[in-house]
Design a protein around this ligand. Structure first.
Ligand code: AMP
Length: 394
């Protein structure tokens, strides 16, 4: 049975039915994608013919592939033009890195198309040299660094054909990023395809998305009822002093491939990571106060399974695709229901099974839990004393 928001709209449309270029189909096959997900079935046919897009679909359902495939399908390389064809803007450095990997993976047989990735925290001189060498047709990056290169004419977007905003609501919410994006829009030609996507697009972000696009095809899947199929969600009422012991118990008893433990601050991430390492758990911490090199190195380590427990702040809460994560623990309650959704969406990617456990400490946390339940109409139940591993592990 196909359920809304599933990846398995089985049998209705195949990637081949979409009449994609042979090189893209081959790469899709290599990536192991058998069927297009619901969002892919709905969005790719519009996006691949140049339509502006506003796409909301839950986490982990293959939104990245929508705009990457649409771009690779349309791109036409002019050897005499050293400008950028498609600009993909991401809200965090890790996301830029990850999206670029997807461009490389799905574009590996489209050999005349070059791509590159730029973001802050890494030497501007190095990246400038890399861009001059690569002359990318597809550039993925964070808005600040991309704008810097546009202003310095290292990156030319006078002939830009496509502009993508990934996790658009987040990027358009913060005033600094919004300003940077506005500046990038000013430098780009008026006629271009604009594609925007996120797991959550609130009314305000939707308004801005409409302003910066033209007759966009709007695809909103599960807008009001954001549930993550396959994800079991529980909470534990607990006092602050008992959290570490409870976490210890959970890590000892639950059967995890990889787990992300979310905390509310950088300091708490470092401190909890140390506690776990002292207790011989294979843990690593990821937060915004590390150097860029260190951040990427730790991200890579976790993604490549060299470490199985990640203690993170909300920096890792969005979009980041760690396919082996089957458990998310909210050691500290997220501030908002949106943040909750993004965090727990790290487990149970692409319809796989997963488990989310949230520590609820005090009245304020209880109110947030209630808001989450109301907003997403999802059932978050008290953590049972025993859970069978087969219910949250594929
Ligand atoms: P995303 O929502 O873009 O972060 O994608 C989540 C994960 O699903 C990524 O690891 C993708 O490689 C994977 N994925 C995307 N599309 C498909 C598909 N049609 N079949 C199987 N896996 C997919």
């Amino acid at each position: 049975m196909a359920f809304k928001g599933s990846y398995a709209g089985v049998g209705t449309v195949s990637f081949r039915d979409m009449l994609l270029k042979e090189q893209i189909l081959r790469a899709i096959g290599d990536a192991g994608f058998e069927h297009p997900s619901e969002v892919q079935q709905n969005a790719i046919p519009f996006a691949m013919v140049g339509q502006d897009m506003i796409v909301q679909a839950k986490s982990g359902m293959g939104k990245t592939a929508v705009f990457v495939i649409a771009t690779l399908q349309q791109i036409e390389v002019d050897p005499d033009d050293d400008g950028v064809d498609t600009l993909i803007l991401c809200h965090s450095r890790e996301m830029a890195f990850q999206v670029h990997k997807e461009v490389e993976r799905l574009g590996k047989y489209v050999t005349d198309v070059n791509s590159a990735c730029v973001f802050g925290g890494i030497s501007v001189t190095e990246q400038k040299a890399m861009i001059e060498k690569q002359t990318p047709h597809i550039l993925v990056g964070t808005p600040g660094r991309v704008l810097h290169f546009i202003k310095n004419r290292v990156v030319k977007i006078d002939g830009l054909k496509r502009l993508v905003l990934d996790e658009c609501d987040d990027m358009l919410q913060g005033s600094e990023m919004r300003r940077q994006i506005q500046d990038i829009f000013k430098e780009a030609p008026k006629e271009k395809q604009v594609m925007m996507c996120s797991a959550t697009i609130g009314a305000r972000a939707k308004g801005i998305c409409r302003q910066i696009s033209q007759n966009a095809e709007e695809i909103f899947l599960d807008d009001n009822k954001l549930t993550l199929h396959g994800l079991q969600q529980h909470y534990v009422e607990i006092e602050e002093k008992d959290k570490i012991k409870k976490l210890n118990d959970l890590l000892d008893t639950l059967d995890f491939n990889q787990v992300i433990v979310f905390v509310r601050s950088t300091e708490r991430a470092s401190a909890l990571d140390k506690v776990l390492q002292k207790a011989f758990f294979p843990s690593i911490a990821l937060h915004g106060r590390l150097s860029q090199e260190e951040r990427l190195e730790r991200y890579r380590k976790f993604k490549e399974y060299e470490s199985r427990i990640l203690v993170a702040t909300d920096l890792c809460g969005r979009g980041v695709d760690m396919e082996r994560v089957n458990i998310v623990i909210n050691f500290d309650m997220p501030k908002t229901s949106d943040k909750y959704l993004h965090r727990v969406g790290r487990a149970g990617r692409f319809g796989t099974k997963g488990l989310a456990v949230t520590f609820v400490c005090g009245e304020e946390n209880k109110t947030t839990l209630q808001e989450i339940q109301d907003r997403f109409e999802m059932k978050i139940t008290p953590l049972p004393t025993a859970i069978t591993a087969s219910s949250y592990k594929n």
